[in-house]
Design a protein around this ligand. Structure first.
Ligand SMILES: *[C@@H]1O[C@H](CO)[C@@H](O)[C@H](O)[C@H]1NC(C)=O
Ligand SMILES: *[C@@H]1O[C@H](CO)[C@@H](O)[C@H](O)[C@H]1NC(C)=O
Ligand SMILES: *[C@@H]1O[C@H](CO)[C@@H](O)[C@H](O)[C@H]1NC(C)=O
Ligand SMILES: *[C@@H]1O[C@H](CO)[C@@H](O)[C@H](O)[C@H]1NC(C)=O
Length: 202
């Protein structure tokens, strides 16, 4: 390939996203800092109009919905992280994404979500997320940078912390559904209690 071809890719990959304020999604180098690298603006420091919420999916106890509430938004880079860590964990489902959003690979496949275009995403847009490693000792959080537009954005907004209960029914070793459900509920209750305690401490 001639150097000019390389230059062309450089212009395409680096300059165009910069000029457009990452119109087609966050770049990979924002995975950890969640900060857009365009220079003509800096993150907002006032209180964000957005809140991040997580709620358990009703039809599947291992999935959560991670939602952005407050008003419509144009840009997002969102991950579920262990509280205080930067590695994204789990997987977002790419079959039921809000319009104009997409999954992206930061550390693992589909572990992050971002915008696919600058079209408005509605107030209350939710991403469905599933944990890999069922382990309630981790305190998890939905963490996201949300852009109202190219120049106005809030970095690393955070939801309440939450836990995913372990696969209690798989550890039962019997077909006693009632006991398995009870144990699962107990595990969930215990994890929720820990989450409340953790939330109070922070
Ligand atoms: C962007 O900002 C950084 C830090 O403020 C600075 O070092 C850098 O030179 C700036 N780049 C451009 C292209 O303005
Ligand atoms: C989810 O958990 C609730 C409460 O423990 C239970 O009633 C429900 O059947 C579970 N749903 C699934 C799909 O496992
Ligand atoms: C994604 O969600 C759809 C339903 O909306 C479901 O059928 C599918 O199994 C999910 N995919 C994963 C990987 O969980
Ligand atoms: C993520 O990685 C998978 C394979 O590991 C690949 O098929 C997919 O295209 C990647 N997604 C993006 C957005 O790069």
């Amino acid at each position: 390939m001639s150097p000019y071809v390389h230059l062309g890719w450089f212009v395409l990959l680096v300059l165009i996203p910069t000029a457009s304020g990452y119109g087609t999604g966050a770049p990979a180098d924002a995975c950890v800092t969640m900060t857009p690298e365009h220079n003509n603006s800096s993150p907002q420091t006032d209180k964000s109009p957005y809140t991040l919420e997580v709620k358990r999916s009703v039809d599947d106890n291992d999935t959560m919905q991670a939602c952005v509430k407050g008003k419509s938004f144009k840009g997002i880079l969102g991950q579920i992280r262990v509280e205080g860590k930067t590695d994204p964990i789990g997987t977002f489902n790419d079959t039921n994404l809000p319009a104009h959003t997409k999954v992206m690979n930061c550390t693992n496949d589909d572990d992050s979500v971002t915008h696919a275009s600058t079209a408005d995403k509605p107030d209350g847009a939710c991403f469905v997320w599933k944990i890999h490693d069922h382990n309630c000792k981790h305190t998890l959080q939905f963490v996201a940078t949300i852009a109202e537009n190219k120049d106005i954005y809030w970095v690393e907004l955070k939801s309440h912390v939450f836990f995913i209960a372990g696969h209690a029914n798989e550890h039962e070793g019997t077909n006693n559904g009632a006991t398995a459900a009870g144990l699962k509920f107990f595990t969930f209750a215990l994890c929720s209690l820990l989450a409340v305690v953790a939330g109070t401490v922070n």
